[in-house]
Ligand binder design. Sequence first.
Ligand SMILES: [Zn+2]
Length: 152
Amino acid sequence: MTVSESFKPDVPAPDEITGPWWDATKEHRLVLQRCARCVREERAGVQHPPRALCVHCGSDELEWAESGGTGVVDSFTVVHRAPRPELAVPYVIARVRLDEGPVLLTRLQEREPDAWSIDDRVRVAWVDLDDGRALPVFVPDAAPAHETEKGS
Ligand SMILES: [Zn+2]
């Protein structure tokens, strides 16, 4: 099943900080920044969106770690009136809380907009952009929840 035919939003150009994140999307890999100092001190230290410094401790010892791509719906809204005429409505904008902790602002797809609920399990899917990058969206996760990170 294709995720969407009509979802081609404007997306920002990669910069020095977000470049590696965008490069990973070309391979349909969802990556998160992880702070080496926080990991040494036994904090999760995982953040999104990409930043120059760790939001927890201010360190610049950030590395990229691949997300398991699963999480839960934290909140969502159904958009019935498109901000631009080429966007098909209705569609669902959501905050998805990944199992690693960070929250993504994203879209929910493959289910009727009114059928979603808070805390639904979701997994990542990809919408390819014309320039080779891809955008992560989320679809229902039929598989049982599996442990990716303990305690998060
Ligand atoms: Zn840190």
